[in-house]
Design a protein around this ligand. Sequence first.
Ligand SMILES: [Zn+2]
Length: 313
Amino acid sequence: MMITMIRSAGSRLAIWAALFGMLTCLPALSTAASTPLAVVATTPAMGALVRSIGGEHVEVTVLGPADRDLHRLQARPSMMRALRDADLLVSVGAELEVGWLPAAVRGAGNPRLTAGDGLFEAAAQVPLLGAGAPADRSLGDVHPSGNPHFHLDPQRFVQAGRALAARLTQLAPHQSAAFAAGAETLAATVAERMPAWQRLAARSRPVLQYHADADYLLDRFQIDSLGYIEPLPGVPPRASHLAGLVTALQARQGVIVRAAYQPSQPTRRLRSQLGWPVLVLNPEPATDAGLAGYLALIEHWLGALAESDRGRR
Ligand SMILES: [Zn+2]
């Protein structure tokens, strides 16, 4: 009896020891399984891409505000703080952020973002319009590597999403099914909405943009482009350039599009001389946008363009 009790106490001890070992291991395992990846996105559109694919498995910080020219930000201490602890930096690339992101990354001193899997450039995952065309940054052209504003093309957005799912899987292999499902949901939702979007696009007037923000939208939905108010991407127009636009376009019917942060004076002048409506449409979704915010952005643009033929605004 005594021996049995001792044995029994010994085995209880062993069981408790085993349980204790499991319990001390469990928090580490569950942390590894549930801690979201810390992802820094340079723009609201990239934030929406990351949230679309990563869902609850990513914690996203967006560096660039939705209402600013993303070519012309400055590296700030708050950006460096966000980058310091990031597992992954998702940028547009194609030199969109060349004026501020390298300095912010240097200031952050996070080796994960400068080597290996920690940097994802979305524009490198899709074919770019204007890539390989002659361009010179010394003349002020801010698109020397091609047009970086690909995200208003939902198909390229899907393509970048698939590549991002693969990268997130490298960083958090145990969530691969969730990332693949995010990419599939994005692709399926875009495919489902394309016919309605195409019907809206068919009603648009030809578009004159201030900057080449919507080239990919116009190209995807076969909306005529009448060019740009800027003589080169990033270069403000002179009066002589505006006069040339009026001469070239006065026999046409179009709509003028600018973002709220782009100058209103040139568009006002063209509106009065051409008699065309002006739409103020921002190319970025809200800073906290996910898939729904991205879809709403595409809908907002196409809806506004469809209404552009209802007379002067
Ligand atoms: Zn640009």
